[in-house]
Design a protein around this ligand. Structure first.
Ligand code: SAH
Length: 400
């Protein structure tokens, strides 16, 4: 086991300690005066201000612009015991929320927001799927896996650290079985009465978009007898919930034929009438234009696109993309129809997203009421002094 009594030292430049004092957990390379006493990527350092005041414990990431990520703002050993406690605290939150009663698919650890910077751990029935996205959590990989195993006792632990972001941390993509045995088939999960199949090996992210769980329920509650268009559907999430709650018809659109194949399986799993569902493998930007040209109209449209802005520099281009699809969707809604529109780009702040959607309404020549705002599910908590952890925003709009 790794011992960390003699941590290295990270010293900040003069005047660069403000965000840490506000408990923001990232230290950018430009703020670092010096790093001493470490021999491997991800090792622990004690962080000091330029004036030598102790600020907390961090893991260093030697190649990343985010040069260090804070584990704690106190003088504590970062070791297996610390990690065990952090995972137990995270688990406690999910148990208090009563989540385990209404679903068997839960995000157990949500990175910085659960004080484990870079670690995602999702539970799908009795399988844990994790992503280790920073040098710090990679350094403690064996401790993390053994703590998850001890606390949750899953049948299997699968790694899905096959993300591009690992490169920025100087880490290779990595995926595979870490413990136990994998089930032969896709994993069946439930959210309330609705069931979904999850492919934890080939699926997106860890296999399913758990962050939309609450919103699937809300969307479904508006869909009785409605004609629903589910754009960027992945394996059907919103649409299957809508059909299971009485929608008249459903069209799913996604570029991934594999995802749409699972949407078909999901319809069968929920004993839904296959005649009510159509799947279109295609580009939403193009399909919406085809629908517009054919004067197609819907009662409910869901727009849940992938992250359009990966960095702050892409925000303008992303805003154009969001405006385009929102404008098209508004044109395809019957008067009084509902648009559920989302952005999962952290860089697209809520005010800007609202402005983009209002601009779309003006260009679409539609009058739009905002019925409510939506956000990521409660097992994806937001760290208050870390706005980056609040990434999923949604608007429910009634379009006239
Ligand atoms: N709404 C889904 C999650 C959507 S994730 C759910 O609740 O489960 C975004 C999806 O958009 C992915 O499935 C991806 O394959 C798809 N996608 C990305 N670009 C697309 C495009 N231009 N047209 C259609 N689908 C696209």
């Amino acid at each position: 086991m790794k011992q960390q009594p003699a941590a290295g030292i990270l010293k900040l430049k003069k005047g660069r300690d403000k965000s840490l004092r506000r408990k923001h957990p990232w230290i950018f390379s430009g703020a670092v005066e010096s790093i001493q006493g470490i021999s491997a990527n991800g090792e622990i350092v004690k962080v000091f201000s330029f004036e030598k005041e102790f600020l907390g414990m961090a893991s260093v990431s030697l190649q990343s612009q985010i040069r260090a990520r804070m584990w704690a703002f106190e003088d504590v050993n970062i070791d297996r015991r610390f990690i065990y406690q952090a995972i137990e605290n995270a688990l406690q939150l999910r148990k208090q929320k009563g989540l385990f009663e209404c679903t068997n698919a839960i995000r157990i650890v949500n990175s910085e927001a659960d004080f484990m910077p870079g670690l995602i751990a999702d539970l799908y029935d009795d399988v844990i799927v994790c992503q280790l996205l920073s040098a710090g959590v990679e350094f403690f990989k064996s401790e993390i896996i053994s703590c998850l195993d001890e606390l949750i006792k899953p049948k299997a632990i699968v790694e899905r650290s096959d993300t591009d972001s690992r490169k920025k941390e100087g880490l290779n993509k990595c995926a595979g079985l870490l413990a136990g045995t994998l089930p032969d088939d896709k994993i069946s999960i439930f959210e309330g009465e609705t069931k979904f199949l999850v492919d934890v090996v080939q699926g997106h992210k860890t296999g399913f978009y758990l962050d939309q769980r609450d919103n699937r329920k809300i969307v479904a509650s508006f869909c009785m007898d409605k004609e629903v268009l589910n754009c960027f559907s992945y394996t059907g999430g919103f649409g299957i919930s809508a059909l299971a709650n009485g929608a008249k018809t459903l069209i799913n659109i996604d570029t991934s034929a594999d995802a749409l194949k699972i949407a078909e399986d999901n319809a069968r799993l929920n004993q839904l009438d296959p005649g009510k569902m159509e799947n279109i493998t295609g580009d939403v930007f193009k399909v919406l234009r085809t629908f517009r040209d054919a004067n197609r109209l819907f009662d409910v449209i869901i727009l849940d696109p992938p992250k359009f802005a990966e960095s702050a520099s892409q925000i303008e281009k992303a805003a154009r993309g969001y405006k385009d699809i929102n404008l098209l969707a508004m044109k395809l809604l019957k008067p009084g129809g509902l648009l559920f529109t989302f952005s999962c780009s952290g860089h697209m702040v809520p005010e800007l997203f609202r402005k983009v959607v209002s601009d779309a309404a003006i260009d679409a020549e539609r009058r739009v009421e905002m019925v409510r705002t939506l956000q990521q599910a409660s097992d994806h908590p937001v760290l208050l002094n870390f706005p980056e952890s609040f990434y999923l925003k949604g608007l429910v709009c009634r379009v006239w």
